[in-house]
Design a protein. Structure first.
Length: 268
């Protein structure tokens, strides 16, 4: 891991889950906007490949930290990098995440707890680690990847994704006057490795028109955060769905209850 000071006038961005999908795109766009970057994920070979790509194409300084963010000892490496006063992080992207393939009652409680930790506790800890320095300097951005699912009552993944939405709304109102922007990105379906890791075919998940490209999603999120907005929902179709979902929450719950009864009713 390199430790030299950032040469970039924009500073240094730390991106978790930077080896694939939305996180890789954040790393690319921030690097090409002039940020030096710190890439975090578990797979060292993929981290090194991403670092080489960014050094070659964006000519910025790249550090890598190989860490499983649900492992306290490994996460500590990231927290201590976020607290650095000599080479400060000016932009944090809390992005690392995954879903679980089974239902809440059939998954082990440890698997559910690990997912909840990665999607809610880890961004909270990393935001806390970076915030003191950002407030002292009077500048910084903390962007956390939530999901449009955070507004729908659909399992523990949705409940965990509700956390960054609620927290970012409050934190942006509270800290923006002191120079620190908090923003949550709430995308719909994005073409990444997320669904393959779940073992689900994209076509079985949602119709073609619902899929977005990571490049577009990230560009919208960075623009929205630069304008100081607490929540970014990329694309008009998802802004519309978001409004509809808020109104339709009782109907969604009715549908969930009916589908569950139909699946579990003993055959007569
Ligand atoms: N794709 C969608 O449709 C969609 C929609 C809404 C929200 N999101 C959210 O977007 C975020 C990014 O997902 P994606 O779609 O880009 O998925 P992805 O392509 O599977 O990327 C996930 C990234 O997270 C890293 N990661 C996973 N577990 C980790 C851990 N324990 N510690 C450190 N890094 C870890 C992975 O790298 P390693 O495996 O090397 O660790 C990878 O870089 C997630 O928070 C997801 O919930 C996705």
């Amino acid at each position: 891991m390199a430790t030299r000071s950032s040469r970039s006038p924009t500073g240094t961005a730390l991106v978790t889950g930077a080896t694939s999908g939305i996180g890789a795109e954040f790393a690319r766009q921030l690097a090409h906007a002039g940020y030096d970057v710190v890439l975090v994920a578990r797979n060292s070979a993929r981290l090194e490949a991403m670092a080489t790509e960014l050094r070659d194409t964006a000519r910025i300084t790249v550090e890598v930290i190989s860490a499983d963010l649900t492992n306290a000892t490994e996460r500590e490496l990231v927290e201590s990098r976020l607290k650095s006063a000599t080479n400060p992080i000016t932009y944090l992207v809390n992005n690392a995440g995954y879903g679980l393939p089974q239902e809440f009652d059939t998954n082990s409680v440890d698997d559910e707890a690990r997912m909840l930790e990665l999607l809610a506790t880890v961004p909270m800890r990393l935001s806390h680690a970076v915030l003191g320095g950002m407030l002292a300097r009077g500048a910084g951005t903390v962007l956390t990847v939530a999901s449009i699912a955070g507004e729908a009552p659909l399992g523990l993944y949705s409940a965990a994704k509700a956390w960054p939405l609620s927290f970012s709304r409050w934190a942006n109102a509270h800290y923006r006057g002191r120079g620190v922007t908090f923003a949550a990105l709430a995308p719909g379906f994005v073409r990444t490795e997320f669904h393959a890791r779940l073992g689900i075919e994209r076509e079985a998940m949602a119709p073609k028109w619902m899929w977005l490209e990571a490049e577009f999603v990230v560009r919208s999120a960075l623009r929205s955060a630069a304008r100081g907005r607490a929540v970014s929902i990329p694309s008009v179709r998802y802004k519309f769905l978001w409004a509809l979902m808020k109104l339709a929450q009782p109907l969604i719950l009715l549908f969930v209850a009916r589908a569950s009864r139909a699946a579990h009713e003993p055959a007569s």
